[in-house]
Design a binder for this molecule. Structure first.
Ligand SMILES: C[S@@+](CC[C@H](N)C(=O)[O-])C[C@H]1O[C@@H](n2cnc3c(N)ncnc32)[C@H](O)[C@@H]1O
Length: 219
């Protein structure tokens, strides 16, 4: 089995007020957000990020953690599942020159508006059917993406990560450890379709055969 390990430990925490965002949301907002179009990335705060722009301060401190954990070098290859506009991969290429990166995202909007420097390495695709051969990448990373699938589809997506990853993988998922965190998660959630207690996630990984590393997004 993989390790429970917080490779996102250096990612800056958001300061937005979880409860406030929870109160503002409607089912209509959720439906709009789940299209992962302009409204999700660059529309109103109610339906997503409220402006999804590149800022070095987000991924720059995280890349060295990925690098050390997986031993990434110029000869490594990495796939980002749910890469959005490619910001993480852009910083990875900058900080580990020569590394091969690829990204997929279901959002045509995000790929079209991706950071120009990495756009050639990104494509529209679905986590449930990765358009790559078995063992194509040393490492597969997927940050706060796979919980947007229903449980059955998520099992397929985890098996896809297993199939294309040669050496290892790391995913983060919406999770909670107690009732208070569960309530906060429900208030925060805009797009996720599967949220579980951390122990339920671990049992799920075992059931579906996911052997990579993992950590939680807990608002
Ligand atoms: C919360 S965003 C995270 C983006 C990026 N990984 C990050 O951490 O900044 C979730 C991303 O998952 C993508 N997504 C949702 N469902 C997907 C699917 N079935 N296959 C691939 N990408 C998907 C969305 O378009 C969106 O870019």
């Amino acid at each position: 089995m993989g390790q429970e390990i917080d490779l996102m430990v250096n990612y800056p925490r958001t300061k937005r007020n979880v409860d406030e965002r929870g109160m503002e949301k409607t089912e209509e907002d959720r439906a709009i957000a789940r299209q992962f179009g302009r409204e999700f990335f660059d529309g109103d705060r109610k339906t997503g990020y409220g402006g999804f722009h590149y800022m070095a301060r987000f991924w720059e401190p995280v890349i060295p953690t990925f690098q050390a954990h997986f031993g990434l070098t110029a000869n490594s290859s990495v796939l980002d599942v749910g890469c959005a506009k490619g910001f993480m991969l852009y910083d990875m290429q900058r900080l580990i020159p020569g590394i091969s990166v690829r990204g997929i995202d279901i959002s045509e909007y995000a790929i079209t508006h991706a950071k120009e420097e990495v756009k050639p390495f990104l494509q529209v695709a679905d986590a449930r059917a990765l358009p790559f051969d078995d063992n194509s990448f040393d490492v597969v990373i997927s940050i706060t993406t796979l919980h947007n699938l229903e449980e059955e589809e998520l099992a397929v997506a985890l098996q896809e990560v297993e199939r294309v990853a040669r050496k290892g993988s790391f995913i983060t998922l919406d999770a909670y450890r107690n009732d208070e965190e569960k309530k906060r998660m429900e208030a925060w959630n805009l797009t996720a379709k599967t949220m579980m207690h951390v122990d339920e996630w671990k049992a799920f990984f075992k059931k579906v055969g996911y052997t990579g590393d993992y950590y939680w997004f807990i608002p």
